[in-house]
Design a protein around this ligand. Structure first.
Ligand code: PMP
Ligand code: GLN
Length: 381
């Protein structure tokens, strides 16, 4: 068997979803909504399929979507982007990550990863011949301090991969951390690959700020987004990369040999969606925030210690503070098999010094599903 392929792990999302399917459990594990996404965006996709838009589109994405990405970020985050040279459409953020890492990282380059780290980062860095250098953050605030970064950097370090808002912890980089990271990247001449797929799902009046807007970062930041999160259409796999022209050109080279393009009909619908007015985005956030509060209240009433979450559609339970003496993995397996609820243990988001007492739950589900999951969890406590 090919030794490289056999060395790759099965993702925890696939493992827990398979267990949920096998046991008929409620799946609050892998992150996806149980709704279908906005009717109007899906209508535009259906019309696009029927009216054309079915052959290979341009390699970097259809012009309509690239222009829509630039205008969207101008309106929502005050970015000034050149759609021609600084945008690239990819097949989901997963491909955006792969194209960025395979397009930029060269063998021997060291790449700083912050733990908890989304599970795709380290395998992709290794596939590019890079060497991950891990920095570990801790609950409940998962904050990054200067000393941790300085301890991980060396002569061969060329990249840092950041995820804000952060899956699985549901936190966001604050202004001080952004300033610290920008200063760190500039001083050590690093490129920051910023996975910002959760940028629109932020609560309690928080606003997302990209590292790209910090002093010195415009030319050295790769910003990744996903329509899957913005429109609750995770199966569409339409994502994008924003980066200064030289970085974008290198990433596009890798994209050519990964997928080359992304379905044009879905691109057309996402172009339409990105132009929706603020009411859509405000209502989406309010809907998810209400679900977060509903599940938090129900779990707290059931005896669980829920960690504060300010973004993403995940929340975390601290098992130790909930009075449960077992690892996240043991708890998750017991829960899916005996109580009928699938959750994600977060230890797989660590390769070194794992945090083993926290599980992640997805609350992008209908009230009925959240209520019955919370009931089952309370009974299992
Ligand atoms: N990065 C992070 C942090 C994610 O949470 C996800 C999906 N949940 C992705 C990347 C992948 O996004 P996509 O489905 O667009 O490939
Ligand atoms: N990103 C999703 C999550 O965090 C899962 C995506 C996947 O299955 N790879 O749950």
């Amino acid at each position: 068997m090919n030794p490289v392929l056999s060395a790759l792990p099965t993702t925890i999302f696939e493992e827990m979803s398979s267990r949920a399917r096998a046991s008929g459990a409620i799946n609050l594990g892998q992150g996806f909504p149980d709704s279908e996404g906005p009717d109007d965006v899906r209508q535009v996709a259906a019309e696009a399929v029927l009216s054309g838009w079915n052959q290979y589109p341009p390699m970097r994405g259809i012009a309509e979507l690239r222009a829509a990405i630039a205008s969207h970020y101008a309106a929502h985050q005050g970015l000034d982007l050149d759609d021609q040279s600084e945008t690239l459409v990819t097949s989901g953020a997963t491909e955006a990550l792969a194209a960025s890492i395979l397009g930029l990282v060269t063998p021997g380059d060291e790449v700083i990863l912050i733990q908890p780290a989304y599970d795709a980062y380290a395998p992709l860095v290794r596939q590019a011949g890079g060497v991950p250098r891990f920095v570990t953050t801790h609950p409940p605030d998962w904050s990054i301090a200067a000393g941790m970064l300085e301890a991980a950097v060396g002569d061969k370090t060329r990249f840092i991969i950041l995820n804000s808002p952060l899956n699985p912890a549901a936190t966001m980089l604050g202004d001080e951390e952004l300033a610290l990271l920008a200063d760190f990247c500039v001083r050590h001449d690093l490129i920051a690959i910023c996975d910002e797929v959760w940028e629109h799902i932020v609560f309690d009046g928080h606003t997302h700020r990209s590292l790209l807007t910090m002093p010195g970062m415009r030319e050295r930041t790769v910003k990744i987004g996903s329509a899957g999160k913005i429109f609750s259409l995770t199966g569409w796999k339409v994502g994008w990369v924003i980066a200064a022209a030289p970085l974008s050109a290198a990433i596009a080279k890798a994209h050519q040999f990964l997928t080359f393009t992304t379905p044009p009909n879905l691109q057309a619908a996402v172009a339409y969606g990105l132009g929706k007015d603020m009411t859509y985005f405000t209502a989406m956030r309010a809907g998810y925030q209400a679900s977060r509060d509903r599940l938090t209240d129900a779990l707290s009433a059931g005896g669980y210690a829920v960690l504060p979450g300010m973004a993403t559609y995940f929340l975390s339970i601290d098992l130790t503070r909930s009075g449960l003496v077992m690892t996240d993995r043991d708890f998750a397996i017991r829960l899916v098999e005996e109580a009928g609820v699938a959750v994600i243990p977060i230890s797989p988001f660590f390769e070194t010094e794992p945090v083993t007492n926290i599980v992640r739950l997805c609350f992008a589900k209908s009230d009925d599903v959240l209520d019955s999951a919370a009931e089952k969890l309370a009974a299992a406590h």
